[in-house]
Design a protein around this ligand. Structure first.
Ligand code: SF4
Ligand code: SF4
Length: 309
């Protein structure tokens, strides 16, 4: 068994061995400031029709409600920046969706992570999350020293920018926390605000989710996209990377080492015509493991039509 003094080192080594790019640790405690900010964001309706965000408010802001006796929150970052990008003239797919669905990839890694820690440290309890439960991932990432939240609402690392998935593991294992990330390196830059086609980025790092292209193209289930955003999608068919692509910190992005995120050939090479001629049957086969299935075939077709209208 690992001695207590080496727990933190072991946790970080395990994260690296499983392919995570960064790992930070914070003390599990209620997030009071974030609770106030989240409440105000929800009250303003910035979650649009994503009503699930209203659920479990108390759990979202307090990890000890999610895992009884929680002592530590471990944040893990997994780079998804692709080595190759789409043909520019085709309808655009957000880079996070080029390969296999990250939920599946990360779920597996978190399971392995917990088992390894249990086998080497002992009977600890823990729950892993990635986008799948009410966890304020970015706040935990900042608290554990991994980066800052930029004006575009993304977690930004100083070494490699923001193209990362964030996974969180809440555990009753007591670990020495890392120092929080105290600085904000956005400085006077406003590139993301200036470039957002739908003016979804508001002052003070507030994102109006109900105006974001990612929301319209992925989360909105209505068959009609509001006409006031017509002509503003800049060829984005599934998600949007504009506010990350323009961020100066992303010039430090490096290609992912995760083989599961290798882009699908179809995503890289489909022409506009290929997308338009795609049948439901082929969609279900080609994208069965892809995040694109979240929009379903009808959603993809709706988005394509909207780009053309
Ligand atoms: S993802 Fe696109 S639409 Fe959404 S905030 Fe960023 S630039 Fe604006
Ligand atoms: S584009 Fe500029 S303001 Fe926006 S997140 Fe990046 S550094 Fe911050």
């Amino acid at each position: 068994m690992i001695p207590k003094s080496a727990y933190k080192y072991f946790v970080k080594q395990t994260a690296a061995r499983l392919g995570f790019d960064y790992c930070g640790i914070a003390k599990a405690e209620k997030l009071n400031d974030e609770a106030r900010r989240l409440e105000s964001w929800l009250n303003k309706g910035f979650n649009g029709s994503m009503s699930y965000m209203n659920n479990y408010f108390d759990l979202r802001v307090d990890p000890t409600r999610l895992v009884p006796g929680a002592k530590s929150v471990i944040t893990l970052l997994l780079n998804y920046f692709p080595a190759e990008q789409q043909k520019t003239e085709a309808p655009r797919v957000s880079k996070y969706a080029y390969g296999k669905d990250y939920h599946e990839v990360i779920k597996e890694k978190l399971k392995n992570f917990l088992t390894t820690v249990q086998q080497n440290i002992g009977e600890i309890n823990g729950r892993g999350f990635t986008d799948s439960a009410p966890v304020l991932e970015r706040s935990w990432a900042v608290k554990s020293g991994l980066g800052w939240v930029g004006r575009n609402g993304n977690l930004i690392t100083k070494n490699q920018g923001s193209f990362f998935f964030i996974a969180t593991l809440i555990t009753d294992l007591e670990l020495e926390p890392d120092d929080p990330f105290a600085k904000d390196y956005c400085g006077t830059c406003t590139k993301c605000i200036d470039s957002c086609p739908t003016e979804a980025i508001l002052p003070n790092k507030v994102i109006d989710g109900s105006k974001c292209i990612s929301y319209f193209t992925i989360e909105l289930k209505d068959m009609l996209i509001p006409t006031d955003v017509k002509g503003k999608f800049e060829n984005n068919m599934f998600g949007c990377d504009i506010c990350q692509d323009v961020c100066p910190w992303n010039r430090f992005s490096k290609p992912t080492r995760e083989a599961e995120f290798t882009p699908l050939n179809e995503v890289l090479n489909f022409s506009k015509n290929d997308w338009e001629e795609l049948t439901e049957e082929s969609f279900k086969i080609i994208f069965r493991k892809s995040p694109l299935k979240r929009s379903k075939f009808e959603g993809i077709k709706r988005n394509l039509k909207f780009l053309d209208s």
